[in-house]
Design a binder for this molecule. Structure first.
Ligand code: APR
Length: 236
């Protein structure tokens, strides 16, 4: 096996499932109980901002629950990154903070962060762990009525795409963990990695939509599969 010098890891909701956070498209997922178009689009926010703020307030409160903590999969990624001498970038679709709490450092939240809020009047982005209301004043410009979750909604551009594609074009290993491969642009990252000649691996509970695009796959719960797979990579 040629030496691995540059790794990009993509994670989705599946990596946080064993920490007690629901995924989106599993039978007990978030989209089984609420519709995307009602709570996760700019149009929904314009139409019913109270409902959208409450949807994220409930999820933000859930994240503050002491029972929600990084699981062995999050910890294994942080441990591997700390010991890896090459380039390592973790791109997550998740808006929870479990990767940073596990110690991951080179981390991009391409779909934003539940624990941050953004002012649409002055673009200030800051940590926000309490409820957000339509009359919450911006801590930076004091404007009232322009605060929103710092989360990417359907129809909006994910964050740091240039940095992500630059990393994919230069990587020799791409590992996708706990994502159904349903949502672009993340679902297309494996093709960019293949174009770069990278080794591509899927670690998931079950084959994703893009399973056939990966050269290798290990199926099972992330909390079990990920630590073992990265421990072996570290000794390769
Ligand atoms: N370990 C590993 N994988 C798991 C586990 C587990 N314990 N439990 C579930 N999975 C897998 C499922 O099999 C599925 O393939 O995680 C994936 C979760 O898929 P989704 O629910 O579609 O979540 P995700 O792929 O992250 O969604 C992408 O869609 O709704 C938007 O913005 C939202 O970031 C999200 C994006």
């Amino acid at each position: 096996m040629p030496e691995t010098r540059s790794i990009v890891v993509l994670t989705g909701a599946g990596i946080s499932r064993e920490s007690g956070l629901h995924t989106f498209r599993d039978a007990d997922g978030i989209w089984a109980t609420v519709k995307v178009e009602d709570v996760a689009t700019p149009e929904a926010f314009a139409r019913d901002p109270v409902r959208v703020q409450e949807f994220y307030n409930e999820r933000r409160r859930g994240l503050a629950n002491t029972g929600i903590a990084p699981n062995p999969a999050h910890l294994a990624l942080a441990e591997f990154e700390a010991a890896f001498a090459g380039d390592f970038l973790l791109v997550t679709q998740n808006i929870d903070d479990l990767h940073e709490r596990a110690g991951s450092r080179e981390l991009i939240h391409m779909h934003g962060e539940l624990a941050k809020a953004r002012c649409e009047a002055c673009d200030d982005v800051g940590e926000w762990r309490e409820d957000l209301y339509i009359d919450t004043a911006c801590p930076a410009c004091t404007q009232v009525g322009d605060m929103r979750p710092h989360v990417v909604w359907f129809g909006e551009m994910p964050f740091e795409m240039d940095r992500i594609y630059a990393a994919l074009e230069g990587c020799d290993l791409f590992v996708s963990i706990g994502t159904s491969g349903n949502v672009y642009p993340a679902a297309g990252f494996v093709q960019a990695a293949r174009m770069a000649g990278a080794r591509t691996v899927e670690l998931n509970l079950e084959p994703s939509e893009g399973a056939t695009l990966f050269e290798e796959a290990v199926y099972g719960p992330a909390g079990t599969v990920v630590p073992g797979w990265f421990a072996k990579l570290a000794t390769d």
